[in-house]
Design a protein around this ligand. Structure first.
Ligand SMILES: Cc1ncc(COP(=O)(O)O)c(C=O)c1O
Length: 445
């Protein structure tokens, strides 16, 4: 096993916890407490997702402090709003942290009617105080709900994904609503509208235009960011000073947390410096000044809110190579490994002094793709287990997207889940039982 500290050193520094090797076991140090990960695995069972909801707030704080540092370094006058993209992890405990976050400049990005229903059903009054940005294709019920929120005085921005959305909205709603325009960024981007359409739509909505949006898939390279932002020049050249001064430029998500496969990680201060430079170039050539930036970073914020523990259930020797089979699945528990070949920070949490072997790591399902990682199976150093000792491994930073994308391949239920709150209390949450999984396939008991 390569040393864990090597992994730690490569990671962003502003994570409020660390993993420490104590007496040959990996211990999580968080909120001034120590958690023996092997004990958690034995007490609660595996596969086990351990979530720390409050970590999301330290990540958001860190975004704001890095933004401040970038603004100070560049000597500009700029403000930031952050919108949490629900799709990255809509877990109730994370949403509660976001909803209760006292920063006025923290809002929510909503991608479809289902996310909106989740908010309306569970936080009906609390979201009144949050800025809400609506993305995604506007189905009839989604459109009606957004209109209804606008009528009730919520702070909403209706982001136009396509020119047709403006036409549909105007045919049923005559009152004012704040609009955003999502611009297509080229390449493989299938979202947003062309620059020509954006210029035309902007001329129709004029003073109701509150936001210009660009989203670059992760990892958003600095080059892509700068070039994308420079496209806005074409839209801005038709605007007068007042409109530009009030405009929010929303650079979406795409800030990479840690992606070993694509060797990408973004330091958020550097990220902001690149964006500020690009916006300043726009400002030099336009009649007004853009001073308000918005960010919808998802993975960067949510990834470190969770870790996942697997137990080794079978050791095989095949073609002269070890294959360790885990009790979880890379398809259902960590679908990004399967879908986009993502690599993770992975380390054993017990048996740390034992002899290591180089091994492939396989998931429990019958699928030939269920291995770490699908396209380039990677040999990892892991302890050679004794017959009487269970080996557990931790996969760190699994808080973004994995739970929402996961499913029930081979009829396996979700991982067991526990939470560690900011007082250090550990609690089991919404355990999905085998019967619940059965029901999702139509077997009603
Ligand atoms: C509109 C929008 N904003 C933000 C995000 C979050 O992206 P990321 O998790 O890469 O930061 C996404 C992800 O798909 C998105 O579609």
């Amino acid at each position: 096993m390569k040393s864990d500290t090597a992994y730690q050193a490569k990671l962003p520094i502003d994570i409020p916890y660390k993993f420490v090797n104590q007496n040959r076991k990996m211990v999580l140090k968080l909120y001034g407490h120590s958690f023996d990960l092997e004990e958690l695995a034995l007490d609660f069972g595996t596969p086990l997702d351990v979530t720390f909801p409050n970590v999301i707030i330290s990540r958001i704080d860190s975004i704001f402090s890095n933004f401040e540092a970038a603004v100070n370094k560049k000597g500009v006058n700029m403000q930031l709003s952050y919108f949490y993209p629900m799709k990255v992890n809509p877990r109730k405990e994370l949403m509660s942290e976001i909803i209760n976050c006292s920063k006025k400049s923290v809002g929510i990005e909503i991608g479809d009617i289902f996310e909106l229903k989740l908010l309306l059903n569970n936080f009906p009054s609390e979201i009144k105080h949050k800025k809400l940005i609506f993305h995604g294709p506007k189905s009839k019920d989604y459109l009606e709900q957004i209109i209804s929120l606008n009528e009730r005085g919520f702070d909403v921005v209706f982001v136009l994904e396509d020119p047709s959305e403006l036409k549909t909205l105007k045919s049923i709603y005559k009152k004012r609503i704040k609009f955003g325009i999502r611009l297509n960024t080229g390449g493989k981007d299938r979202f947003g509208m062309s620059l020509d359409d954006a210029v035309h739509i902007a001329s129709l909505i004029k003073t109701d235009l509150a936001l210009l949006h660009l989203h670059f898939g992760e990892p958003a390279s600095f080059d892509k960011l700068s070039k994308g932002i420079s496209l806005l020049q074409v839209i801005l050249k038709n605007f007068d000073e007042g409109l530009i001064n009030d405009l929010l430029v929303d650079v979406g998500g795409g800030m990479a947390f840690y992606d070993q496969a694509r060797d990408a990680r973004h330091d958020s201060q550097e990220y902001f410096e690149c964006i500020i430079d690009a916006i300043e170039r726009l400002n030099m050539n336009s009649r007004g000044r853009i001073t308000h930036l918005a960010l919808e970073a998802g993975r960067w914020v949510a990834a470190p809110t969770q870790l996942t523990i697997f137990k080794l259930i079978e050791v095989k020797r095949l073609n002269g190579k070890y294959r360790y089979v885990m009790d979880g699945s890379f398809i259902t528990d960590l679908p990004d490994t399967w879908g986009i070949n993502k690599k993770w920070s992975m380390f054993p949490i017990n048996m740390l002094g034992a002899k290591n072997v180089k091994t492939y790591i396989d998931g429990v399902t019958c699928d030939s793709d269920d291995m770490y990682t699908k396209n380039e199976p990677e040999l990892k150093y892991l302890p050679k287990p004794d017959s009487d000792k269970n080996l557990f491994i931790c996969i760190a930073y699994t808080g973004a997207y994995q739970d929402t994308l996961g499913n029930h391949h081979c009829a396996i239920p979700d991982a067991k889940k526990i939470l560690i709150d900011k007082t250090g209390k550990v609690k089991r949450i919404n355990m999905q039982r085998f019967e619940d999984m059965q029901r999702s396939f139509g077997y009603n008991d």
